[in-house]
Ligand binder design. Sequence first.
Ligand code: LLP
Length: 415
Amino acid sequence: MQASSFFRDGAVLLCDGVSLADVARAEGTPVYVYSAAAIERAYASLDAAFAGYPHRLHYALKANSTLAIARLLRRLGSGVDANSIGEIEIALRAGFVPDDIVFTGVGKRPDEIERAVVLGVHAINAESAGEIDRIAEHTRAHGVRARVALRINPDVDAGSHPYMTTGLSNSKFGVPVERALMLCREIARNEALQLAGLHVHIGSQILTVEPLKRAAEALVRVACELRNEGVQVEHVDMGGGLSIAYDGGAGMSTGEYAGALLSIVAPTGFKLLLEPGRVIVAPAGVLLTRVVDIKSDARGARLAVVDAGMTELLRPALYGAYHRIEPLLHRPGSEDRYEIVGPLCEAGDTFGEPRSMPPIEVGDVLAIRDAGGYGAVMASNYNRRPFAPEVLVEGGRWRTIRRRQTIDELLALEE
Ligand code: LLP
């Protein structure tokens, strides 16, 4: 397991040596803080696990697409998986070239397809027969050829939260395996298109390698059958899905993950693409939030109301997701149980079951762990709450990579 960038020095929590209390004081709360070193380590660990086999990591921008984070991933040699025109444009502004981009998405609009076709991205991961036709229309209109990968739906249960399970036969993603061969043949025959590969993504936060192996087997079976027919397939794209241990435990190792995928893909020789998101950025970030009230409910349960809620970190409210929470400053005294709740006018705006922690007081700052992925990107302005700032710790210093939104900016689009 990789060393964490967040550790205690006596009573205070640091990020790569930087005092998180200093950041909270200077930036105010809520604020996201990311460790560049942790992102670098996670990227290097995953990349190294596949070393010796032809592969490329296409970081899934949806996990965290703040420009400075995207630029950091580019410096590390990553490609990207973009899920919208917005993510494509951000990738370009971060310095990625079209060949670095795979474009996924279950509902691509005509303008999004056109942009991807004109740019000439590495692959458009096509989701249906109709979409293949639409890609070909745009391609002909512009006199270019588009590289297309077909997303298959292998009907494999990722065993993850139902909202993060995308490879079941009744889910909206991809095409059934039985239709994949025929559609790939059509892509290969179509002069406007080039069959770049096959794609699968069965879900996110997948706890065991078994479903990933079954999906890989399904994908490889189709790819090999095509090759046997003389249809060229360049790559197999296994999507993302690698889980992290939100309880701070060991979790699935990159070695175990790579071993499982390579045991199936390596004998074929197909180039392997991966679209990791969470594993690269989630453990590298915390959300700092200040306690604004402490009270007891009628049963005597202690509630700590904090200044971050589902508008900053939606995961607990949306999925019942668990995130560790700890005070920056460990006050002496015996632990107490607190339910940590957000400030929004929603009963679901809570960080879950009560947890034991050292005594806390109004004004104290808490760190919500593993918030670097699917945190800031899923924020909203509900209750007219401005977006929180984001800070990057790099080389022993911190800087604001996205400042707090102002009320004027919040209103800038309105009449
Ligand atoms: N590739 C595709 C096509 C995807 O849809 C996703 C994530 C990824 C790659 C990256 O998966 P990862 O390595 O991060 O598991 N909002 C949820 C997660 C939704 C993931 C959606 N797709 C959360 O907060 O946990």
